[in-house]
Design a protein around this ligand. Structure first.
Ligand SMILES: Cc1cc2nc3c(=O)[nH]c(=O)nc-3n(C[C@H](O)[C@H](O)[C@H](O)COP(=O)(O)OP(=O)(O)OC[C@H]3O[C@@H](n4cnc5c(N)ncnc54)[C@H](O)[C@@H]3O)c2cc1C
Length: 330
């Protein structure tokens, strides 16, 4: 058994002082990912800092119509059902509701969801000797192993894991800003820069520093809430991670697309966006051929492995479907 210390600070300053001063410390929010990883022996914290008493649960409109601020400790179920999220950011509500189970969503927090780790079985189970993410330099078991759920975009020969979150895909399409606080004060990380591609350091999932705390997520105002879709394709209709998912937010006026923001899940180490693909939709009347061209561009350079070739076709069809449904919504 590994001994560990459990502490429960009452304010953000105390939480930051603890994470700075204790070796191998981890924040504990809802615990739905950290405790699983701990039980598997992937995580072995020496100090667990329970942040549930910090507040940070508000979900509130920001002044002057500048969007919405969601506290990092707001529960996934509270966010998914909040009237402002349902009416202004339906893509986020749908993405959250497509994830996990009601019990898990009642416990899981927004900060914890942002930070949840890959479901690659070679990472999750230390019985597998090779995983550069868990044990840098040990190799990638998935590369020549069972790689059905793995990446087709942005991978490296060090790691082909995917980010498993549904919420993150919606936040990428919404161009959320992640507010964090650390020893040097507060900073804001654009969602597109929060998660990393694996490159030579797959052990790093995000650009958050180890001694920083996520405090909130800011969402900019949405120009058009009607034409927003979250499509998730998975092995079961419930309680399964995405094989491929698509968050699509279109702004359409008089039948012409003003802007398109499209993010893919289940295909890369981070939510996948390609601005050049989105630009193809600007100023056009949506039809099947433009959706096909956007899918081609989003998947340009995609590369599959032995067991995940089906994702190339699945991702293409999912993008076309999501865009078609989003454009047709009224
Ligand atoms: C059976 C099962 C099925 C699931 N299915 C899905 C699914 O279909 N789709 C999906 O998207 N997710 C799914 N999940 C994942 C679930 O959404 C995550 O486990 C959850 O969102 C994590 O949130 P948490 O608050 O419990 O995080 P915790 O487990 O408490 O923490 C996770 C990590 O985040 C860090 N952390 C937490 N809060 C902060 C903060 N404020 N600042 C800095 N670091 C922080 C912790 O230190 C830890 O490293 C599933 C989980 C389970 C167990």
């Amino acid at each position: 058994m590994n001994n560990f210390a459990y502490v429960r600070p009452n304010d953000v300053d105390s939480a930051l002082a603890l994470i700075r001063s204790r070796p191998k410390a981890r924040f504990l929010a809802g615990g739905t990912n950290l405790l699983d990883l701990w039980k598997m022996g992937v995580e072995q914290p020496q100090t667990v800092i329970d942040i549930s008493r910090l507040g940070l649960t508000d979900i509130a409109a920001r002044p002057d119509g500048t969007g919405l601020r969601i506290g990092a400790l707001a529960r996934n179920s509270d966010v998914a059902g909040h009237p402002l999220v349902v009416s202004q950011y339906p893509v986020l509500s749908r993405a959250l509701l497509s994830g996990a189970s009601p019990q898990l969503r009642n416990a899981a927090t927004m900060g914890g969801n942002l930070m949840q780790r890959t479901r690659c079985p070679y990472f999750y189970d230390p019985a597998f000797p090779s995983c550069n993410k868990r044990n840098p330099g040990s190799g990638c078991g998935a590369l020549n192993g069972y790689n059905r759920n793995h990446a087709i975009l942005g991978h490296s020969d060090q790691c082909i894991a995917t980010n498993p979150s549904d919420m993150n895909v919606a936040l990428a399409a919404l161009e959320a800003q992640i507010r964090v606080i650390g020893p040097d004060g507060e900073r804001v990380i654009p969602m597109g820069e929060f998660h990393r591609l694996p490159e030579d350091h797959p052990e790093l999932d995000t650009t958050l520093q180890p001694n920083e705390l996520i405090t909130a997520i800011d969402l900019p105002p949405m120009a058009d809430t009607k034409h927003a879709v979250y499509l998730k394709v998975r092995d079961r209709s419930l309680y399964a991670f995405a094989l491929v998912s698509v968050a699509a937010c279109l702004a359409i006026e008089n039948g012409v697309i003003g802007s398109a923001r499209i993010a893919l899940g289940g295909v890369a180490h981070k939510p996948w966006r390609v601005p050049e693909a989105e630009a193809l939709m600007r100023g056009v009347t949506p039809d099947r051929s433009i959706c096909e061209r956007v899918a081609d561009r989003l998947l340009q350079g995609a590369y599959a492995y032995r067991y995940n070739r089906f994702k190339l076709t699945l991702a293409h069809r999912s993008i076309v479907r999501a865009l078609t449904v989003a454009a047709a919504a009224s």
